[in-house]
Design a protein around this ligand. Structure first.
Ligand SMILES: O=P(O)(O)O[C@H]1O[C@H](CO)[C@@H](O)[C@H]1O
Ligand SMILES: Nc1nc2[nH]cnc2c(=O)[nH]1
Length: 266
């Protein structure tokens, strides 16, 4: 809390009025920033205790501005457990968001498709999630100021927002899949047997982020929506080696649809 408060005090010295809506931009999805009428861009390196981005395709700044008439905070670049950060670091920015008054959050990510009906470039609304990460951001003494010891997670994503997202996709003519996101530790990719396992337990898409963030914001009572861009087939139909560069390139392209959808939802 002390660390979060130092970051909050710094941000208060930079920003007069904070927005209530935030967006986390996943791998290759920084293009949404171009749509924001930017009031202030603050590099993570200037914010006390903020972690440092180490993954290609992730920017490293907080952007305050206006997206289609809505005041937003965009987190341009996120932190993953596999980078070596503690879970407390991974969710640090979200706790700072809570303290500056963010009420609702759209989380985006790049993910591998497990569902065989999905195609590369599809968008998937995350209706539910499974944590296969070895850790959880709420382990340890509970911070009562953030939320309860045992937060309910039976509806991790806001039902009203899910409905709005589906309607927006229909209006825009954007194909929007729905499904369950599985969060793994990474950074290694999955073996074929692991993919089969992920399918059997009910996953539609797989990635290495989002789950800790959703747990932290559910704990704090923020409204959350999650959207994955399916950047690759987890088992390619035509043999093809996974590269993060392909993930970023595909996310960049499909990101345009995502931007339209997010603008409409907000
Ligand atoms: O989830 P985001 O941050 O979008 O990134 C996804 O893309 C990377 C792998 O290419 C992993 O970090 C995975 O989690
Ligand atoms: N674990 C995992 N993360 C991803 N991020 C983007 N694609 C993938 C994938 O296929 N597997």
């Amino acid at each position: 809390m002390i660390k979060e408060q130092a970051a909050v005090d710094f941000l208060k010295s930079q920003i007069i009025e904070f927005p209530e809506t935030a967006i986390i931009l996943g791998s290759g999805l920084g293009g949404l920033v171009d749509e924001i009428d930017i009031e202030k861009r603050i590099p993570y390196s200037e914010i006390p205790h903020f972690p440092v981005v180490t993954v290609e395709g992730h920017g490293g700044d907080l952007i305050f501005g206006d997206l289609e008439g809505v005041a937003v905070l965009a987190m341009n670049g996120r932190f993953h457990y596999y980078e070596g950060y503690d879970m407390a670091d991974v969710v640090f920015p979200l706790r700072v968001m809570k303290l500056i008054g963010i009420k609702r959050l759209v989380i985006t990510n790049a993910a591998g498709g497990l569902n065989e009906d999905f195609e590369v470039g599809d968008l998937m609304l995350i209706e539910d999630m499974i944590s296969l990460l070895p850790e959880n951001p709420l382990r340890g003494k509970n911070s009562e100021e953030f939320g309860p010891r045992f937060p309910d997670m039976s509806e991790p994503f806001d039902l009203d927002w899910l409905e709005k997202a589906k309607s927006a996709a229909i209006r825009l003519g954007v194909k929007l899949r729905t499904g369950t996101y599985i969060g793994l530790q990474g950074p290694k990719l999955e073996t074929k047997a692991e993919i089969r396992y992920c399918r059997i337990i009910g996953g539609d898409a797989v990635g290495m982020s989002t789950v800790p963030e959703v747990i932290a914001v559910n704990h704090m009572g923020l409204k959350v929506l999650g959207i994955s861009v399916i950047t690759n087939e987890s088992i390619p139909k035509v043999a093809k080696e996974f590269t993060h560069a392909d993930v970023v390139a595909t996310a960049n392209k499909a990101g345009k649809k995502l931007v339209e959808l997010v603008k409409n939802i907000l």
